[in-house]
Ligand binder design. Structure first.
Ligand code: ADP
Length: 736
């Protein structure tokens, strides 16, 4: 509040009592403006005549007589007739006795007290109740006379209260305290030095009524102690006190807040901070006195180029609400993240922006936790997303809340959002016939194998974990075990086929030898039987050799074959020579390439591949006696050499070609042409392990063309690098 314009400064007055009158020894101009006292040297019979309230005049007289110093608040009318009352502090200071001068001299000072006494100086407040009650009390505070307004104030009829102690009408919690004070030699709240007294009365209806009381001592009989009773004026100030309490409570509530609160004065150009709550000081580390009067931006330090600052300043300038996330700095220099919300406060009638209200939240820890959480979420996401197994997670509401790419890949199903029931039913509709209901299958808690028919035939291993309250799994893991199951089936089939293939020659050998042992045959029959035994044992031996070969190849890890650069021309000549018989015209012709053809491989393995294919071409065209061609030429791309073996033999149908490279497959297993059904499988396996491919074109009754595409190699570099067959990324070796 600003000081009164009428009484801008303290006033000083010297006076001396003369027979109960005052002599003005000295008065300043300001004093004379406050109270119309006579000129210096003149006598003043009574202070109340000069405008001092009667109670105050009596108190002044008493204090001056006692020679004590005292200060108390008073109110004086303003300079204009209609002007409101103005509050002052009246101070009395006794002066050292002046020999020769009669009576006691003292200095009286009037100080505008708007700041010193704000809470009680509310009489001019338009909302003040203003109900006043005059009463008289005996020295023990018993009510002697009451104005009728007493009933309005307390709800008690005046007659019923006469003779009762004023203290009986206090709020019970305050009553005892005031009563105890009465027993003291000097009652603090009846002391003239005490301010205007505020008492809590209790209305008959139970409500608390705050009153302020001015006590004026009644003249005591001669020789009696100071007070012979009291004249008192009660004023109902309940509304004002409640407002004041509410202000206090608001401030306390703001201090309890978990957010920092700051208020700046927008009517001053540098917009100083005029209020901060306790949390603000805790967050920033600055004390109240270190921040009051400063503009808010000191919290940014030199870090004032932040992206959010510009828009925040613009919004503040325009008097709009704004939010910003700022890097602020505590007094210690430590950075913290401030989530700031700023709101303008306008003067209601004029719309003038008077204040800004800022709410600070230290979100450093939250941001740190959020960053941690988001990192964890990313890790989880990637674990989940990149997991080769299909994953399904159910929410507490039994709804699929998560499926991963592997699951969608396995089933083609987007399951997120489906209830458990709908999810199981959808999966069941895709299952192979005869599959147990999924819920039943999983009830045992063990992993189950479950066959899908759609989107394509697969065998899934499904494992449930993290059961919910009802015992249903919260997480399902789907693993495609089709390959494992297929492998297992193939191994079983392979063993059965191998045993079957061996049984025939073994049976022949055993049967013919038994025949020879048990019966006598002529020499030519014996020879025939021996030839058969020899042929079957040869077949058995070939079969075992091929099986061993294949087992050896398959036992090697893909990519483990040590490769080198091999020149194909001499190798092909060698292969051709292998099939030449003395005195027999060879049906095999070689068409070599115009230049050396270096490929990546192993000489012995390449030779084995070529022999398998060429021998088949010769075998399956022998009846016709037609030539077989062996061609070496550049491949269709610059990376390969191509070897083709072309015959005009029995050829193969399209159905045969589909199964051609599988183990033990033979078009005519009981025909005259002997074979194991393993040669092509070995050729394919070896070719692919050397980085090449093998293909076939054939027509039944027309002949076949087998084509090998072999990776070119540079003999110089391959020696240093120790060339290796490409791993799975190139041409993966197939399973025969
Ligand atoms: P086999 O030892 O029986 O020849 P392979 O694995 O080498 O075994 O060949 C498998 C089958 O493929 C043969 O039994 C034969 O029926 C067929 N086949 C292979 N090469 C030819 C070819 N050039 N012409 C016709 N059929 C062939």
């Amino acid at each position: 509040m600003s000081p009164s314009p009428v009484h801008p400064a303290s006033c000083v007055l010297r006076l001396a009592p003369q027979g109960g009158q005052y002599q003005v020894l000295l008065s300043c101009t300001a004093w004379r403006q406050a109270l119309p006292v006579p000129p210096q040297g003149e006598l003043l019979p009574d202070w109340s005549a000069a405008g001092l309230p009667p109670l105050c005049a009596a108190r002044l007289l008493q204090v001056v007589r006692s020679g004590r110093a005292a200060t108390w608040p008073i109110e004086l009318p303003g300079a204009q007739p209609e002007a409101p009352l103005r509050g002052y502090l009246l101070s009395v200071s006794p002066m050292a006795p002046d020999d020769g001068a009669p009576g006691q001299a003292c200095i009286v000072t009037l100080t505008p007290n708007h700041v010193a006494w704000p809470a009680l100086n509310l009489r001019n407040n338009a909302h003040a109740n203003g109900l006043t009650v005059g009463l008289t009390l005996d020295p023990s505070l018993r009510l002697q006379a009451l104005e009728p307004a007493w009933t309005l104030l307390t709800g008690h009829p005046t007659e019923a209260c006469l003779g009762q102690s004023l203290l009986d009408y206090l709020h019970p919690q305050a009553r005892e305290r005031f009563r105890q004070d009465l027993d003291r030699p000097v009652v603090p709240w009846l002391d003239f030095e005490a301010p205007r007294l505020r008492l809590p009365l209790q209305h008959r209806n139970g409500n608390l009524v705050w009153v302020e009381v001015d006590f004026e001592p009644l003249a005591a009989p001669a020789g009696a102690p100071l007070a012979g009773g009291w004249l008192a004026q009660l004023e109902d100030v309940s509304d004002n006190v409640r407002t004041w309490h509410l202000d206090q409570v608001r401030e306390q509530a703001l201090d309890q807040s978990n957010c920092g609160v700051v208020i700046t004065d927008a009517t001053l150009t540098h917009q100083p901070i005029v209020y901060v709550n306790q949390r603000f000081t805790e967050i920033t580390g600055y004390t109240l006195h270190e921040v009051l009067g400063r503009p808010c931006n000191f919290l940014q330090g030199s870090d004032n180029q932040q992206a959010d600052i510009g828009p925040l300043r613009d919004a503040i300038r325009q008097g709009a609400r704004a939010s910003a996330l700022l890097r602020n700095y505590r007094k210690s220099g430590e950075m913290f993240w401030n989530q700031l919300h700023v709101a303008p406060i306008l003067d209601e009638p004029t719309g003038i922006l008077t204040h800004h209200f800022g709410i600070l939240t230290d979100v450093t820890e939250t941001r740190h936790l959020l960053a941690q959480l988001s990192r964890q979420a990313e890790q989880l996401h990637s674990l989940h997303h990149d997991n080769p197994n299909g994953l399904i997670a159910f929410s507490d509401e039994d709804v699929v809340q998560l499926d991963n790419q592997a699951f969608v890949g396995l089933t083609g199903l987007q399951a997120t959002g489906l209830s458990r029931e709908a999810f199981y039913a959808t999966l069941q509709s895709m299952a192979a016939p005869g599959q147990a209901p999924l819920a039943t299958a999983l009830a045992g808690g063990e992993a189950v194998q479950w066959s899908l028919k759609k989107p394509r035939e697969r065998v899934l291993e499904i494992r449930g974990s993290q059961p919910n309250a009802a015992g249903a799994p919260g997480l399902l893991v789907f693993r495609d075990v089709s390959a494992d199951v297929q492998l297992y089936r193939m191994q079983k089939q392979f063993l059965a086929t191998a045993a079957h293939e061996m049984r025939a020659p073994m049976g022949s050998i055993r049967g013919f030898s038994e025949l020879m042992l048990t019966r006598q045959f002529p020499a030519e029959v014996q020879r025939d039987l021996l030839e058969r035994i020899h042929r079957q044992s040869g077949r058995l031996s070939d079969l075992l050799n091929d099986l061993l070969n294949l087992a050896r190849i398959e036992a090697q890890a893909p990519g483990s074959l040590k490769l080198e650069a091999v020149e194909l021309q001499p190798l092909l000549h060698e292969v051709v020579r292998n099939f030449e018989r003395p005195g027999v015209d060879s049906r095999l012709t070689l068409r070599p390439a115009p230049a050396p053809a270096w490929v990546q491989g192993q000489r012995a393995k390449l030779e084995q591949v070529l022999i398998n294919i060429v021998s088949n071409a010769l075998k399956y065209s022998s009846a016709r006696g037609l030539p077989v061609e062996l061609d070496l030429q550049p491949g269709h791309d610059p990376l390969h050499w191509q070897v083709q073996v072309r015959d005009q033999g029995v050829g193969m149908s399209a159905q045969t070609l589909e199964r051609l490279f599988t183990k033990f497959f033979r078009v005519d297993p009981n025909g005259d042409i002997e074979g194991t059904g393993l040669g092509l499988c070995i050729a394919k396996e070896l070719t692919e392990r050397m980085g090449g491919t093998i293909g076939v074109e054939s027509q039944l009754g027309q002949g076949s063309v087998f084509t090998l595409n072999l990776l070119k190699s540079d003999p110089a570099t391959s020696e240093q690098a120790g060339a290796r067959a490409p791993a799975a990324g190139g041409h993966p070796p197939s399973c025969c």
